[in-house]
Design a protein around this ligand. Structure first.
Ligand SMILES: C[S@@+](CC[C@H](N)C(=O)[O-])C[C@H]1O[C@@H](n2cnc3c(N)ncnc32)[C@H](O)[C@@H]1O
Length: 316
């Protein structure tokens, strides 16, 4: 079997036609979502996120596996191992193209630590369920790969969206993405992005936020970039991270939130880190009141037994 490495490297990220993506976004914008359940009603919209963010997402690595997808794609030996494995497990990988099979492999093999991205349909449902009011202001304290931005800007509630991410390359991509969304659909809300860590206070946000929601880093479970501004690089032990990232982040969010506003966080414990209890304890000590805890459907490989929890709190 001769492998065309360059073909795979050049075509791993699908080069969708922009008009096609605009149609997908418009149809998502015009779709009313059933907010009585946080299920995923539209899977096509992920193509839009892949087009803008998949390359950066593939550079990141989770502790779930040994290599990031990019490390495999860019190394002939690792790529050989992956394709050989696929070839030997045809009952699972069927006869799709090498590229489609590789993408399935990145999702299902323990050789690969592919990082997760929150689902944009669930993000929009969370906003529309908890904040069904025109022009409310949403704060995403850890934007990541654009899913909450997409969820907020594609809602008919014309949300204002304020987002933060310290990863400079990703921040620039998020700026492009918000412009692209606003050039495609009608949204009267304002979008403001900050290229900083959420532990740094931003005085202009005091008392401006109706609802904060994000999926923060789970300490060093996922490595997004080697930039120093990453919370797990600045604060390399879990205790330091808890005191210098979680605590000031929650205090900032509390100060940004209007009275009666909501603070929502999507969390997942890892084998070693019990972040759900720590986040909740700090938020309650800061002054938030717990309203509910919900389980969240996420796309995970079957071997991963951990569950995502959505903590919903209010500033009374
Ligand atoms: C959104 S989070 C977690 C992604 C998660 N797996 C998900 O499902 O959405 C990932 C982002 O956290 C960002 N991040 C790292 N340090 C941060 C900090 N101090 N403040 C805010 N965001 C931070 C990273 O740059 C990265 O883009």
């Amino acid at each position: 079997m001769s492998i065309d490495y360059e073909y795979i490297r050049e075509n791993i990220h699908v080069k969708y036609d922009e008009l096609y993506l605009k149609k997908i976004l418009l149809s998502f914008y015009n779709q009313s979502l059933d907010i009585s359940t946080f299920s995923i009603e539209n899977r096509n919209i992920n193509k839009v996120l892949n087009y803008f963010f998949e390359d950066l997402l593939y550079n990141a690595k989770s502790k779930n596996g040994k290599y990031s997808p990019s490390q495999i794609i860019n190394n002939d030996i690792l790529l050989d191992i992956a394709l050989k494995y696929i070839n030997e497990h045809r009952n699972f990988y069927h006869n799709k193209s090498d590229i489609t099979n590789l993408k399935d492999f990145f999702f299902s093999s323990s050789m690969v630590g592919k990082v997760t991205n929150f689902n944009p349909v669930i993000a929009r449902k969370i906003f529309e369920y908890y904040m069904p009011f025109q022009n409310s202001t949403i704060f995403d304290y850890s934007c990541g790969y654009g899913s909450r931005m997409l969820g907020a800007l594609s809602s008919k509630y014309d949300y204002n969206y304020i987002g933060i991410d310290p990863y400079t390359h990703l921040y620039k991509r998020l700026l492009l993405f918000s412009d692209w969304i606003k050039n495609t659909i009608h949204n009267n809300g304002d979008t403001i992005l900050f290229n900083t860590g959420s532990e740094t206070p931003i005085p202009s946000l005091f008392n401006k936020i109706d609802l904060s929601f994000s999926s923060p880093p789970y300490f060093n479970y996922e490595i997004y970039t080697e930039e120093y501004s990453q919370s797990y690089i600045k604060y390399p032990t879990y205790n330091e991270w808890k005191n210098n990232y979680i605590l000031p982040t929650i205090i900032n969010i509390y100060n940004y939130t209007k009275p009666n506003g909501l603070h929502i966080v999507n969390l997942q414990d890892t084998k070693r880190i019990k972040i759900i209890k720590d986040w909740l304890d700090i938020a309650l000590a800061t002054g938030f009141k717990l309203e509910e805890i919900r389980n969240i459907e996420t796309l995970k490989r079957k071997s991963t037994k951990t569950e995502n929890k959505l903590l919903v709190m209010r500033k009374s």
